[in-house]
Design a binder for this molecule. Structure first.
Ligand SMILES: Cc1cc2nc3c(=O)[nH]c(=O)nc-3n(C[C@H](O)[C@H](O)[C@H](O)COP(=O)(O)OP(=O)(O)OC[C@H]3O[C@@H](n4cnc5c(N)ncnc54)[C@H](O)[C@@H]3O)c2cc1C
Length: 507
């Protein structure tokens, strides 16, 4: 267990960001490309300004006296930080962390997957788990202190670009991240990584591999690609190329109340001879450590607590939307429609129960910490990545065509010539036309828009490919002896009878 140090003096460089200092920290010369142009200021660009403000709001809440108790704690080094940025030493700590995660998620209604606490799942564990990184352990501990004290926003890139999965990684080294060379100061890397959600508004990127990529790595062959490191987003040689921004295409909050403020651009990160100082390296030309990080660092156990809590809030939101959509359509008393709402309510109960299980039934981890049980986290991961498409199914089947019975935008409602027709023909059950259209525009944004399509894709894939999720559950059950216990149960059952009937003492 880490020996507590003397409380560090709080200065500008180790104080938790607030909204203002967070936004200021983003304008650091980083190289971001959007629609053929290099963005000069990410925090004032129309494609990202509101999402930047949404994240800034999270940082401001850390300093809100009414929320400070829920959101923050003081870690063993004396840093005040977000609760999930510090390791948990008990089930109660994990439960309090869930409360902090939930509090932030309620600010974004569950619609931002990669708030800064997502990567804290990994960073917090470095406080005690830095020794996993061997000769680079001090780097990992220093990054813990830096990220916890400032509540840094860190994205991650674990996946190779999908250019050719049939080849060995080394046969695609013209695309995949590979070390070029090293010198006394650090290493130089080149290559691209598959999408880095939210990265344009983060401080640094964490580069490693997930279990799917790890399963294709071999010692002796993949050494040049066996790397775990951090890079500041403004590092020379790091470039982000954005996908379209749904915030940019949102014409007004009335039309796109979610997309217009919760954009999390999944940009592609390209490194070109990018310099990574030694102090940012966690594993270097080390296949075993690189492969093991995903399941052994505590990250997997902990990120599922953050993701499940986030999705639980989003499921609450979905339940509210379906309830109100059915009421607005006059279908809420129909038995079939009620079953759909009931199903979503049962889903949110299941998801919340998973978060409770992950917090209250943890397993011991390094340095006296506790983390959610690996196989509970694996189960949560699988349930989470498969429930959202069912939610969308239920909306499509039971709200049927109601969400598309709408007008093009607020200008229609503001037009005095058109307004009487809108008021007469677009009203809902017990609500006027403006209220009904406002509700269904929100439902459209969440369930049917391009923003919604990206969310559906995110929910399915953010935690690794679907097959790998199942394979991981099996592999870990075998490694931990669970599979043997399942076999024992079958053998015990079969041991009670033979060809001649029940054995003595049975049934
Ligand atoms: C919206 C969104 C946001 C994302 N954000 C991030 C992010 O912030 N950071 C990040 O690192 N990643 C991110 N990702 C990437 C995500 O982690 C991957 O999409 C996910 O892990 C699946 O990997 P893949 O797309 O490479 O699919 P693959 O792994 O290529 O899988 C595709 C199919 O091929 C099969 N397959 C693959 N390899 C094999 C094999 N060797 N043998 C047999 N079958 C195989 C799989 O089982 C699957 O059926 C994001 C993805 C999305 C959609």
């Amino acid at each position: 267990m880490t020996t507590p140090e003397t409380t560090p003096e709080v200065t500008e460089s180790n104080r938790m960001y607030n909204g203002k200092s967070f936004l200021e920290s983003m304008d650091d010369g980083r190289e971001i490309w959007f629609e053929g142009e290099r963005i000069k200021s990410i925090t004032t660009h129309p494609a990202f300004i509101n999402s930047g403000r949404s994240v800034a709001g999270l940082y401001d809440s850390l300093h809100d006296p009414a929320k400070a108790e829920t959101l923050t704690t003081v870690d063993r080094f004396g840093h005040r930080t977000h609760r999930f940025f510090a390791p948990s030493y008990s089930a109660d700590d994990l439960l309090a962390s869930r409360g902090a995660i939930e509090s932030w998620q309620r600010q974004t209604f569950g619609w931002m997957g990669r708030t800064p606490d997502y990567k804290a799942a990994f960073m917090a564990q470095l406080a005690e788990g830095h020794s996993y990184y061997g000769q680079y352990a001090d780097n990992a501990l220093a990054w813990y202190k830096k990220s916890a004290s400032r509540v840094m926003f860190i994205n991650h890139v674990l996946i190779d670009p999908p250019v050719d999965r049939s080849q060995n990684r080394t046969d695609v080294r013209d695309v995949y991240v590979t070390v070029d060379r090293e010198d006394d100061n650090g290493i130089y890397v080149t290559g691209a990584k598959m999408v880095a959600t939210g990265s344009v508004l983060t401080h640094a990127t964490f580069v490693a591999v997930n279990s799917g990529v790890a399963s294709r790595m071999e010692a002796g062959r993949d050494d040049d690609m066996a790397l775990v490191f951090m890079v500041d987003m403004n590092a020379p040689g790091l470039k982000m190329i954005c996908r379209p921004s749904y915030e940019a295409s949102a014409r007004s909050p009335f039309e796109a109340p979610l997309a217009s403020r919760f954009e999390e651009n999944d940009s592609v990160i390209i490194f070109k001879e990018c310099f990574v100082p030694w102090e940012n390296v966690f594993a270097y030309r080390d296949v075993e450590t690189t492969k093991g990080f995903y399941a052994n660092s505590g990250f997997f156990n902990r990120y599922n607590l953050q993701s499940a809590t986030r999705l639980s809030v989003k499921l609450d939101f979905a339940a509210g939307m379906l309830l109100m959509g059915a009421e607005a359509t006059g279908t809420d008393q129909f038995r079939g429609v009620q079953t759909a709402i009931g199903e979503i309510i049962a889903m949110r109960e299941t998801m919340w129960a998973m978060t409770t299980a992950m917090a209250l039934d943890p397993e011991p981890s390094i340095g006296g910490t506790v983390v959610p049980r690996l196989l509970t986290a694996a189960a949560s991961r699988l349930y989470a990545t498969n429930c959202w498409h069912r939610v969308r199914d239920l909306f499509e089947a039971y709200l049927a065509g109601a969400p598309i019975y709408t007008v093009s935008g607020p200008k229609d409602l503001l037009n005095q010539e058109l307004r009487p027709d809108i008021d007469q023909y677009f009203r809902g059950t017990g609500m006027d036309a403006e209220a009904r259209i406002k509700l269904f525009k929100l439902i459209w944004d969440g369930m049917y828009s391009e923003f919604a399509g990206r969310h559906a894709m995110y929910e399915r894939n953010y935690a690794g490919n679907q097959e790998q999720q199942r394979l991981d559950a099996l592999r870990w059950a075998k490694e931990r002896g669970d599979a043997d216990r399942y076999r024992t149960l079958i053998n015990d059952c079969m041991a009670s009878y033979d060809l001649n009937g029940w054995l003595p003492g049975q049934p």
